[in-house]
Design a binder for this molecule. Structure first.
Ligand code: ADP
Ligand code: DAR
Length: 343
């Protein structure tokens, strides 16, 4: 493999931190699963508009390619190579009364975590047989869920196209053909081994074998953040009795993209702030202050529609799950106060 020549307009962390020295140290290394530096950086090499540009192939990638991954993790999360991640999934520690009890601003609340199966390669390096094995063991674990969490699994293979498009349009199912995931090797054998589990009300959902092997999701209309978080925590604790998650005390929950390490949690609201959106500088001053990220109404790489934005915590590693949700709740409260103050 030759040292990649990045065009000058490339601004990803890959372009910035894959120096010729780091490249020479890592270019001939392979993890036990045979995952190479070339595979880890291919998404960022093929997509010069990447923000990060790297994906891990397994937990070992974070150690073997540490000269690159540690620098990116430090730059994105402010988290050092000797730091220890802490988890706190206790909803009683969350101080988040509904910021919008009258329902004038918050359309819906969604909190998700990424999880990957312990002792398995990540989606970037997994074989079709292993991915199918992950699907069947996760689906078996989900089939034992009771009460509000009980539901049904819908494999993507053979799914009616109209039904699939409706689930995507209604924000329940992942999109297809993401070029960043494609070039990371995460879409291999698509749609085999992929699918969605959900309860009847679609307030509890699990994506299987998309960017991570599980995306465990709790969501509902309105701004009752604590109720959404409590449902998610209950689900996580039930599922982990059947499916072992990949975790270590340095990086927390192991994910394919380094931006999701630690809590692997994104807590978001779809919120209507049309007045504030007229002054994006003020809008972003508030989201920056509360460590928030702004996405469009159809998630990552999408645009806002009708003044509705997807607002979520940006920090995921080096803070607990409660602190990640608290970031979002406190920031959304500030956004609503700012929107109210505008005439
Ligand atoms: P992820 O949240 O898993 O990182 P995306 O940002 O692509 O992935 O969002 C996935 C889907 O979840 C998209 O359809 C997006 O519109 C939807 N979504 C995210 N947050 C909310 C929310 N608060 N309410 C309703 N749908 C949401
Ligand atoms: N497109 C990649 C991923 C960045 C974070 N989003 C994830 N993991 N879905 C990039 O480097 O921009």
């Amino acid at each position: 493999m030759q040292y990649p020549i990045f065009p000058k307009e490339c601004s990803s962390m890959l372009c910035k931190y894959l120096t010729p020295e780091v490249f020479d140290r890592l270019k001939d290394l392979k993890t036990a699963n045979g995952f190479t530096l070339e595979q880890a950086i291919n998404s960022g090499v093929q997509n010069i508009d990447s923000g990060i540009g790297v994906y891990a192939g397994d937990e070992e990638s974070y150690e073997l390619f540490a000269p690159l991954f540690d620098t990116i993790i430090e730059a994105y999360h402010g988290f050092g190579k000797e730091d220890k991640h802490q988890s706190n999934l206790n909803p009683n520690d969350l101080n988040a009364p509904n910021p919008d009890p009258e329902g004038n601003y918050i359309v819906s609340t969604r909190i998700r975590v990424g999880r990957n199966v312990d002792n398995m390669p990540l989606g970037t390096a997994i074989s079709k047989e292993q991915r199918d094995q992950v699907e069947s063991s996760v689906v078996e674990g989900l089939s034992r869920l009771k009460g509000e969490l009980s539901g049904r699994y819908y494999p993507l293979l053979g799914m009616d196209k109209e039904a699939q498009d409706a689930l995507i349009k209604d924000h329940f199912l992942f999109k297809e053909g993401d070029r960043f995931l494609d070039t990371a090797g995460l879409n291999r054998d698509w749609p085999a081994g992929r699918g969605i589990y959900h309860n009847n009300d679609k307030t509890f959902l699990v994506w299987v074998n998309e960017e991570d092997q599980l995306r465990i999701i709790s969501m509902q209309k309105g701004g009752d953040i604590k109720e959404v978080f409590t449902r998610l925590v209950n689900a996580i604790k039930r599922i982990e009795t059947r499916v072992p998650f990949s975790y270590n005390d340095h990086l927390g929950y192991i994910t394919s993209c380094p931006t999701n390490l630690g809590t692997a949690m994104r807590a978001s609201v779809h919120i209507a702030v049309p007045k504030l959106a007229k002054d994006m500088e003020s809008f972003k001053a508030i989201t920056d202050k509360y460590h928030l990220q702004i996405r469009g109404i159809h998630g990552e790489h999408s645009e806002s529609e009708g003044g509705i934005y997807d607002i979520s915590n940006r920090r995921r590693l080096g803070i607990t799950e409660v602190e990640a949700v608290q970031d979002m709740a406190d920031g959304v409260t500030a956004l609503i106060a700012a929107e109210k103050a505008l005439v």
